[in-house]
Design a binder for this molecule. Sequence first.
Ligand SMILES: [Cu+2]
Length: 461
Amino acid sequence: MTDFLLSRRHFLAGTGALAMMPRVSFAASPEALTARVATAQIAPDSYPATEVYSYGGQFPGPMIRAKQGERITRELVNDLPVPTSIHWHGIRIDNAMDGVAGLTQEAVPPNARFTYDFAVPDAGTYWYHAHTNSMEQVARGLYGPLIIDEIDVPDVDRDEVLMLDDWRLNPETAQIDPDFDFPMDRSHAGRYGNLIGTNGRYGYRLSARRGERLRLRLINAANARIFGLKLQGLTGWTVALDGMPLATPEPVDSEIVLAPAQRVDLIVDVTAAEGEEAMILRFDDDEQWRVQVGFDLSGITAIRDTASAPLPPNPGMEPVDLARATQLEMRMEGGAMGNMPMGRMNGQMMGFREMVSGGMYWTLAGVAGMEEAPFASLSKGEHVRLKLINDTIFPHAMHLHGQHFREITDGKQGPMRDTLLSLPGETTEIAFVADNPGKWLFHCHMLGHAATGMTTWINVS
Ligand SMILES: [Cu+2]
């Protein structure tokens, strides 16, 4: 919250001064978001600070916050030694602003600038991150929270963003492991870190009063890690997934699974009694529950005696007409210990070994990586169902840009999401209305998988 208030005040002060000047100079001076090298204390204090790629010197990047229906304007200033671009994850955005280098824009070279300017139709919890060589740039720190407030915000005492991540650090120097091409990561489960934290820090803690009602916005910013989480001393409801409100809040009574790029909004009461602790726990690599976020509790207020109301719906949340939907199918193949499929790469059919020597390990619908032709050409407004067959022994977090979808289970449509966790050997089906024109990426958000074959696109016109 503090960061938001500071940046908001700064922004207001800035516009106040600019209001005295001719309007054209305001339009020519959007707020800068400077990508540059910085340091951050990710590891415990006894370790050195870590060199990161940052937005504005902060890690995670500054919170960008707007009211539903407003516009967001930021000028990306690239002070990094490498080209970059920004994707506004989960926003049903104007295609030209989607930030995908090579598809919706050219990457912004070092010392160059690019102005992002877009409307935000949906309230909810989103995030922004690099979409040029994302496998490396996101792991180096290029991401931040993007929060769109409802016109009528829910009744909570506090609103907190929790960006979960893991980092692969050299255990002596606390510097980020620079080997992003390690085949074992790319062909297996992806790049996992050896230090897990929240909001850019190991051992992140929040203060709260017993009895308070909190809105917790959890964002998985990790390269590949799937978080399994549970609450202790906190009792409440899931109110939104991937930014989109649930029609009915669901009590949190089991493990919360958060795949890379997924978000969950919780509204929880601090129900820990005097002498008890409140925390968010994660199921760790050694199968122990460990503290992901701890709460320093003080004071006491009366717990509300009413359940959380649902968040107001976003526009365009009507279900898909499954009867008239175009049926598509996509098989995911490849990876270590998989069925070693033939695949098309750069327009040529080849065997798996040949693909691997070209740096590709995975195929989507028989194709490794981007091609000139889209996986599907859809008409604006077309209803679509897409069967996803995970014919690999690894989980994948499939993300569609530009529109949300619903998972179909036993003929019923689940909540709207933008990222689906597909488990090994599992067949799932998603449905969506292709109502946003443009070239939209569909890819695995295990970023090492996306870089080595699991990236394709659809065209909506
Ligand atoms: Cu994957």
